[in-house]
Design a protein around this ligand. Structure first.
Ligand code: PAF
Length: 291
């Protein structure tokens, strides 16, 4: 069986029939982060569709859109070897036909963090993901945790609009040096790449400090920020927040996550990590036997 490369809604419907596949939405430039999602989908669904669509409405910078890496041949080969049966690679007019006039705004969650830095970005993401979910009607769709705010916005929209299937999150894939995989990493010079390693190091250190019992968010954020600034990164935010609301926390509590955005050599990088809350395991049996 070789992979089917499909570019129209009509051919997609014909290929799927009534089947409910796994869907991995992408903008191409596939890397190991994508292929781990594709492999997982191939394990969990009898059919996997990978969409490759560089969505113009989520770019707030025309230059960024123009220089976004495109190599459909390579993407198709990677999708196939990871277990996909279909690549859906529509033209812009196929997703946004003449007269298209609707958008989806996940209000509060889109106003913060990346949304504050990139006006309209999440409106574009939410709208295209809703279209893809309605076209493919997947049983499950797969998104990376690397873009954590995006993931939470998609989850919110999916629940609010009763969109089809289930949303599944995959862990962030990292290079050997800890840097989260991203199509943007290719733009880093060797020296900037070295500096960028401060991001996963800062996250690791914050996880460690949280593990040791620090609950003061200001302290945690300062520790993370110091790692980044010492490496010469321009920090946009190091923010400890609640995973569901994405609102900043004052004290560490279950469901806390740190989001980081920083610039190095003109390349903006984001990353995140779940922060543990230390629980004292020794106390519990003593308390139980005292009762
Ligand atoms: O994460 C991405 O690659 C894109 O934002 C997505 C989800 C495919 C929507 O265009």
């Amino acid at each position: 069986v070789t992979i089917a490369l499909i570019s129209t809604r009509k051919d997609l419907q014909a290929a799927l029939g009534n089947r409910r596949p796994g869907l991995v939405p992408t903008m191409g430039a596939l890397h190991a982060g994508h292929t781990s999602l594709i492999s997982r989908s191939a394990n969990e669904n009898s059919l996997t569709v990978v969409s490759v669509f560089v969505n113009p409405t989520q770019f707030n910078d025309a230059h960024d859109l123009q220089r976004y890496p495109r190599d459909l041949t390579a993407d198709v080969a990677m999708a196939e070897s990871a277990g996909a049966a279909v690549v859906f690679a529509p033209a812009v007019e196929e997703i946004y036909p003449l007269g298209f006039d609707t958008s989806i705004e996940v209000e509060a969650l889109s106003a913060l963090w990346e949304g504050a830095h990139r006006p309209g970005h999440f409106r574009g993401v939410a709208t295209v993901v809703a279209i893809l979910l309605n076209l493919v009607r997947p049983a499950r769709s797969y998104f990376g945790e690397k873009d954590f705010q995006q993931l939470q916005i998609i989850r919110r929209m999916h629940a609010d609009l009763a969109l089809p299937g289930e949303i599944i999150a995959g862990p962030t894939a990292r290079d050997d040096d800890g840097l989260a995989l991203s199509s943007r990493n290719a733009r880093l010079s060797a020296a900037d790449r070295e500096r960028a390693r401060a991001i996963p190091r800062a996250l690791e250190r914050m996880v460690e400090v949280a593990q040791q019992g620090t609950v003061n968010i200001q302290v945690l954020e300062l520790i993370g920020r110091a790692y980044l600034e010492e490496a010469g990164l321009k920090v946009d935010y190091v923010a400890v927040l609640d995973e569901d609301t994405l609102r900043p926390l004052n004290l560490l509590q279950p469901g806390a996550r740190v989001l980081v955005a920083a610039e190095v050599g003109g390349v903006r990088l984001i990353d995140n990590a779940k922060l543990p809350v230390r629980t004292n395991h020794e106390e519990q049996p003593i308390a139980a036997s005292a009762r």
